[in-house]
Ligand binder design. Structure first.
Ligand code: GLY
Length: 347
């Protein structure tokens, strides 16, 4: 199982971690400009002599050009096969940095230190790395495990409200995949006045859920597709809102995708309607609704047809027959998909 450490302060853990055999001959730290400013100093003295590679922030820079900047940075750092890359940042940094490390000199070791909730519970864990390419998200990449993922939940205390809500959507997804007790506890959590002690416990539970699934199917041939719950509709909404110059954070689109895919689960897989309605109430209260109309359905459907999980042109969904009862590779009629979007707009 991938090693996940939960230190209360990064600077206390790093000296021990970096001294572990095999000791790296060079250390490089990858951050984006924002994370460099706010979090680089948290690494403390043990990373003081590391070579810094600083890239532009946000998903728009998860590109081949930025990847090449990281490879160049590793060359300037004179990194060898025995060097270590520390990816300090959100999902963009851990995805791109993981891919840079996995390909530089055919693979060097890397450590992920996620600084956002979304990266802690999802991007930094489970070995998916990559970049966007040709207008498509995560189009080029590979599976490569970070040697260690360091989750310092203290960082969440200073995370902005929108990013906290965004990451929480993936936690809610993990809870729906886990079981009734876990799901009910996630619905009781109040994101308008977050209790950080409770949140830290929920983050650990969420990571355990993801690890448990990834361990059974690291390369997404089967059960790992469960982690796509909410994402078929969610990715289409996310791309559509980018296209129409109204971008939202990933987790908001996933939360709305969950509403649609739970509606479809209730309609064709027997998900109890009280699960649909209580989850929908929580999501609409926390994330509001996307600004879409029925005129947008053709484009949303076309975007779903581009999903990587599709088989022979047919859109595939992960659905639930109950909380924790997972059905992968499900198909659905276009009418049901549109009914689900109506439900999201009008429920
Ligand atoms: N983000 C879904 C996965 O890691 O499979």
């Amino acid at each position: 199982m991938q090693q996940i450490l939960y230190p209360s302060a990064l600077s206390e853990l790093l000296p021990t971690l970096l001294a572990e055999a095999p000791v790296p001959d060079r250390i490089a730290v990858l951050t984006d400009q924002t994370t460099y400013q706010h979090c680089r100093s948290l690494l403390g003295n043990s990373a003081a002599t590391a070579y810094d590679i600083v890239i532009p922030p946000t998903d728009t820079h998860k590109t081949l050009d930025t990847l090449s900047q990281v490879w160049e940075g590793l060359q300037r750092a004179e990194a060898t096969r025995h060097s270590l890359l520390i990816n300090l940042g959100g999902g963009m940094v851990t995805d791109l940095g993981g891919f840079a490390a996995a390909t530089f000199k055919r693979g060097i070791r890397f450590i992920n230190i996620p600084t956002t909730l979304l990266a802690m519970v999802d991007a930094a864990v489970g070995g998916k790395t990559g970049i966007n390419f040709g207008g498509l998200k995560n189009e080029v990449g590979c599976f490569a495990d970070a040697q260690t993922v360091v989750v310092c939940t203290e960082l969440l205390r200073t995370l902005d409200d929108e990013n906290l809500r965004s990451g929480y959507a993936e936690m809610l997804k993990h809870a729906l995949l886990t079981g009734t007790d876990c799901w009910a506890r996630h619905l009781r959590f109040d994101l308008s006045a977050p209790d950080f002690d409770i949140l830290q416990g929920l983050v650990r539970e969420s990571i355990v859920c993801k690890q448990h699934i990834v361990e059974q199917d690291p390369h997404e041939k089967g059960i790992r597709k469960a982690l796509n719950l909410g994402h078929t509709v969610g990715h289409a909404l996310e791309s559509f809102l980018i296209e129409t110059q109204r971008p939202v954070l990933h987790g908001y689109a996933v939360a709305w995708g969950l509403v649609c895919e739970l509606f479809m689960s209730a309609a064709q897989a027997g998900l109890p309607t009280d699960v649909l309605h209580s989850t929908t109430r929580f999501i609409l209260r926390t994330y509001g609704r996307p600004a879409i109309t029925c005129d947008d359905y053709d484009r949303l459907h076309a975007l779903m047809l581009h999903d990587k999980k599709n088989v022979a042109g047919s859109i595939r969904f992960t659905l639930l027959s109950d909380v924790g009862e997972i059905l992968i590779d499900q198909t659905a009629d276009r009418t049901l998909i549109e009914d689900a979007l109506d439900f999201l707009r009008e429920a």
